[in-house]
Design a protein around this ligand. Structure first.
Ligand code: GYE
Length: 340
């Protein structure tokens, strides 16, 4: 029997399907499967990037401002942000990073709650060839290849800047020995360790100063208040200066002082770190003497870097945002809203 019109049409269709199966599908799938590993410019300038972000918690206004900055910047860059909140637990952060590796995100960003204990999970990320950006805090490691870049403040310099203010202020203080109490942040965290070191490196050798006590308030307002109550009970009006590693603890400490009729900023000189709105307002009111700025607005720099990494472009290993120090000696009338 000769070929009918229907047979010819079927043959044509079969050839067409064969062509699609042999040529078009493989090309389509190979492109589709490898989008995560391809430079972002081949996937439309980062629009398809997936960033896994392990935030460490929600302990302060600084932290909330940092989370908001990451979310906002991801949105602006068209990046899908998979965010996990570690709720102040290292274990939770390690689990989050493992889940990002399993998901094969393009870039991992994490804010390490403490400096030690990351080697294994970061080695796993390296084995999976996923670049890692450390944000806000640093880790302690002999193997600097365990992460690819750091974006965040220089916490040591913040401690130095706090001490510099005190050295200036001391010139006008009448006490022969200036007694300091220190509220430190989360034990083992890089801002706690480095804000401590930077401050003590300048103060400890100077015999005008005596640090009565350093106690950890875990970067929390409630603990800052509690610690200050204890310090006041123990040292009373011996205390001349409070150096606090963050604004949240300072706000708690001020509550404790005012409850006992102590005038913050006058009876006790107050030096704090972060620069959240509430602290800057108190600086303007004279209840705080010095605010060392630490900016949480790191999102834009992080997303920019993530795109560069995936694009195979050059990028700096360390990026520190510009930060200042606001003091009672400055004219603060032009200082705009802080945004955190
Ligand atoms: O100073 C504090 C926060 O790691 C720099 O963490 C950050 C610190 C910040 O909870 O308020």
């Amino acid at each position: 029997m000769g070929e009918t019109g229907r047979d010819r049409r079927m043959k044509k269709l079969r050839r067409c399907l064969l062509f699609i199966a042999c040529w078009i599908l493989p090309v389509f799938f190979s492109a589709g499967c490898s989008t995560q590993k391809q430079p972002a410019d081949e996937t439309e300038a980062g629009r398809n990037l997936v960033v896994g972000f392990s935030q460490l918690g929600s302990e302060s206004a600084w932290r909330l401002g940092n989370t908001a900055s990451m979310e906002q910047a991801a949105k602006e860059h068209g990046i899908s942000l998979m965010m996990e909140n570690g709720m102040q637990k290292q274990e939770k952060q390690i689990n989050a990073i493992r889940s990002f590796i399993a998901y094969q995100v393009d870039v991992i960003v994490f804010a390490p709650i403490v400096e030690d204990g990351w080697a294994n999970v970061l080695q796993e990320a390296r084995d999976a060839k996923i670049p890692v950006i450390m944000m806000d805090r640093v880790i302690n490691t002999a193997d600097s290849d365990l992460y690819d870049a750091y974006i965040g403040p220089d916490h040591y310099m913040e401690g130095v800047n706090a001490a510099k203010f005190l050295l200036k202020k001391a010139e006008e203080m009448p006490q022969e020995t200036i007694h300091i109490v220190e509220l430190s942040g989360t034990d083992g965290s890089s801002p706690m360790l480095r804000r401590f070191r930077g401050f003590h490196d300048l103060i400890d050798g100077d015999e005008r100063f005596e640090v009565l006590a350093t106690v950890s308030g875990d970067f929390l307002r409630s603990k800052g208040r509690k610690c200050m109550e204890n310090l006041l009970a123990r040292y009373g009006d011996e205390i001349d200066v409070l150096y606090s590693h963050n604004d949240a603890m300072t706000l708690g400490a001020i509550e404790a002082m005012e409850e006992q009729g102590i005038r913050p900023g006058e009876d006790i000189v107050i030096i704090t770190v972060d620069g959240e709105q509430a602290a800057v307002d108190l600086l303007k009111e004279g209840k705080i003497n010095c605010v060392v700025e630490c900016s949480p607005k790191l999102g834009e720099a992080v997303m920019d870097l993530a795109e560069k990494m995936v694009n195979g472009e050059e990028y700096p290993r360390n990026t520190h945002p510009e930060e200042s120090v606001f003091t009672e000696y400055d004219d603060l009338s032009n200082l705009g809203p802080r945004g955190y």
